[in-house]
Write a protein that binds this ligand. Structure first.
Ligand SMILES: [Zn+2]
Length: 77
């Protein structure tokens, strides 16, 4: 059985063990809780970005996730 862990909070997301949602974002495995955290972290910044740019958005999401992984927690910018 392949074990799956959230890349940020390391909670066990193996489907047989955990029924919580698992999301693949920016080539990372992210649990539902962390996805919510990611959203609330990036939403205020995205609101200020006019006009919206998908390349910027992709990079911003990836950077935010990598930063959370490096720090082991979510941080508002
Ligand atoms: Zn998580």
């Amino acid at each position: 059985m392949k074990s799956v862990k959230c890349d940020v909070c390391h909670s066990d997301l193996t489907p047989e063990v955990n029924q919580r949602g698992l999301f693949h974002i920016a080539h990372r495995d992210i649990c539902e809780t962390c996805r919510d955290q990611l959203e609330s972290t990036i939403r205020p910044v995205i609101r200020t970005k006019q006009p919206f740019n998908y390349e910027w958005f992709d990079r911003f999401v990836r950077d935010s996730i990598e930063k959370a992984i490096a720090k082991g927690k979510w941080e508002a910018r």
